[in-house]
Design a protein around this ligand. Structure first.
Ligand code: FES
Ligand code: FES
Length: 181
């Protein structure tokens, strides 16, 4: 066993785990932070994505000991960190995902939202291609990705005060409505 001191979501937490345990295992099975999902557990799906010093990392491929002395952010920390920074409600990325219907089963969402949060923190105005690239390591088996991209663009538009993009599904709605006239 190894004693571990981790900075998670602004809290300093002490625990102990076998030397070979990953950050994902410690988060989920020692600290009770089950928002980070254990999907493939081998670096393929991105469901385990957390932020380490603001950068997305795959927690299933990161030894817990490697995360000591660094700031770890999990999905559970997005809202409290947003509030601590003077915001209100949930983090704007979470809010946009909710309003855009960017989920079905939700399994990919913690990793998706953390990757999106990291992108918006470092790039003031990412293009759709940049958003796609930033989320390319996060796989979704349900949504088809369109609403996910629109959610990130919505959060971006609301931050910059530009027009909120119109969701793609409204075009289908218009088409049906026009056809019925
Ligand atoms: S659980 Fe880590 S990449 Fe799939
Ligand atoms: S919403 Fe089900 S995997 Fe993305």
């Amino acid at each position: 066993m190894r004693a571990l001191t981790l900075e998670v979501n602004g809290d300093r937490l002490e625990t102990a785990a076998p030397d070979h345990w990953t950050l994902l295992e410690v988060l989920r099975y020692k600290l009770g932070l089950t928002g980070s999902k254990q999907g493939c557990d081998k670096g393929d799906c991105g469901a385990c994505t957390v932020l380490v010093n603001g950068t997305p990392v795959l927690a299933c491929l990161t030894l817990a000991a490697e995360a000591q002395g660094k700031e770890v952010t999990t999905i559970e920390g997005l809202r409290p960190l947003h509030l601590a920074a003077g915001g209100s409600g949930v983090d704007p990325v979470q809010d946009a995902f909710d309003r855009c219907g960017a989920l079905q089963c939700g399994f990919c969402q913690p990793g998706m939202m953390l990757s999106a949060r990291a992108l918006l923190a470092k790039d003031p105005s990412p293009s759709r291609e940049a958003i796609q690239k930033a989320l390319s390591g996060n796989l979704c088996r349900c949504t088809g990705y369109t609403q996910i991209l629109e959610a990130v663009e919505t959060a971006l538009a609301e931050r910059t005060g530009s027009d909120t993009p119109r969701p793609a599904w409204t075009a289908d709605h218009d088409h049906v409505r026009e056809g019925s006239l």
